[in-house]
Ligand binder design. Structure first.
Ligand code: NAD
Ligand code: UD1
Length: 343
């Protein structure tokens, strides 16, 4: 491999992808970004450049477009590893548009994997999710925890793509694959220049809270207070997006000289309830978040948090940011960019 490895980041203008690009560039990697901009803006590349002083080479390409993928790999022959973030990720939308989700996430990924192997690039880091554990058999969730069928097509694409990658690797020992199961990514780059820019009314907790804080939304609905958890509200393992970004760089280092499939949870190992997050946000930012208890949201589980021991043991990765920093950075991003990256 060349000294300054070239990494292709699919979905690199998106939330987690853009933060990972910053970390990759800061660690000396040469970064190529592919994205079709279906859920992100080119402005995030300007922000990456402002933070790092380097603009990644950008290809506006759909992973379903095989010819465009072929051209990209021909133009970038030094790509040694692909970090594959590109995909659709809205749980509710996936129930309404299952075909679109399976087509984009599964068919698109199959094209990508095929073009990769045709160009002799078989090093892959795949963005998976804690959703593959379904309603987990135990917490903290270790990587050995049995997978259960997710309740929605989005989640199923993650389970299916993991299975596909395991099969590819079983048939061809040259594949070197890391499956990263993210827990609940929140936070933003500490500069306030980059963060999550959801379309429309957010579905996820933290972007909803920041929009209540900014006055865009009136109050937070807390989905259920009768779960079997300490305060009755759902418990999750929130992880700062910059910690996730570092997890990808550690994965590249871990992959050196390896083969097969390795699976890692990326979480903090700590569970916070919805009300814990509300109160942490209030105390980190000196704000009050009005909320009202609402009925449970369909498909939600009571409690989900990681055992993060394997990532620490095998690749020396451990989350550094706490919940207060996650809340402060989320709010800095929202307050500095009330309209996200703009139109
Ligand atoms: P995101 O929507 O911000 O980023 C995904 C990017 O992929 C977007 O920029 C979008 O434009 C691009 N994309 C989608 N379909 C494409 C296609 N056909 N061709 C090219 N580009 C395409 O989402 P994110 O939060 O950054 O998530 C990144 C990855 O991590 C996704 O695969 C997601 O499923 C996974 N993940 C996210 C979370 C989370 O909570 N954010 C949790 C677990 C896993
Ligand atoms: C959801 C997805 C999961 C996906 C993840 C990405 C579902 C069922 N699961 O996880 O597949 O990988 O997003 O981050 O959608 N909450 C409220 N009020 C709100 C929003 C959320 O009370 O307005 C609660 C939820 O009930 C849950 C917690 O906050 O207890 C976190 O919710 P959310 O941020 O949507 O993440 P998950 O449901 O864990």
């Amino acid at each position: 491999m060349p000294e300054k490895q070239t990494i292709l980041v699919t979905g690199g203008t998106g939330f987690i992808g853009s933060h990972t690009c910053v970390e990759l560039i800061e660690q000396g990697y040469d970064v190529v970004v592919l994205d079709n901009l279906v859920n992100s803006k080119v402005e995030s590349l300007n922000r990456i450049e402002r933070i790092t002083g380097t603009r990644p080479r950008f290809y506006e390409v759909d992973i379903l477009d095989r010819e465009a993928l072929e051209r990209l790999f021909a133009e970038e022959p030094d790509i040694s590893c692909v970090i594959h973030f590109a995909g659709l990720k809205a749980v509710g939308e996936s129930c309404k548009k299952p075909w679109e989700y399976y087509h984009n996430n599964i068919a698109g990924s199959l094209e990508l994997f095929d073009v990769m192997r045709a160009h002799g690039c078989k090093n892959l880091i795949f963005s998976s999710s804690a959703t593959v554990y379904g309603d987990p058999e135990f917490v903290p969730i270790t990587e050995e925890c049995p997978k259960h069928t997710p309740t929605n097509p989005y989640g199923k694409t993650k389970t299916m793509l993991e299975d596909i990658l395991v099969d590819l690797s079983a048939a061809d020992a040259e594949w070197n694959i890391v499956l990263l199961r993210y827990f609940n990514p929140i936070g933003a780059h500490p500069s306030g220049l980059m963060g999550e820019d959801p379309n429309g009314i957010p579905n996820n907790l933290m972007p909803y809270i920041t929009q209540v804080a900014s006055g865009k939304l009136e109050e937070l609905g807390v989905f259920g207070d009768d779960y079997d958890t300490p305060d009755g509200t759902g418990v999750r393992d929130y992880i700062h997006v910059m910690d996730l970004a570092v997890g990808h760089v550690k994965s590249i280092e871990f992959m050196a000289g390896k083969h097969g499939v390795n699976v890692f949870n990326l979480g903090t190992g700590i569970g916070y309830s919805v009300l814990d997050v509300v109160h942490a946000f209030e105390s980190a930012n000196g704000l009050t978040i009005p909320y009202r208890i609402k009925p449970r949201r369909a498909g939600d589980i009571a409690c989900c948090y990681a055992s993060a021991e394997k990532a620490e043991r095998d690749m020396g990765w451990k989350a550094q940011y706490g919940i207060e920093e996650m809340c402060a950075d989320s709010w800095r991003w929202q307050s500095m960019n009330p309209d996200g990256y703009g139109d």
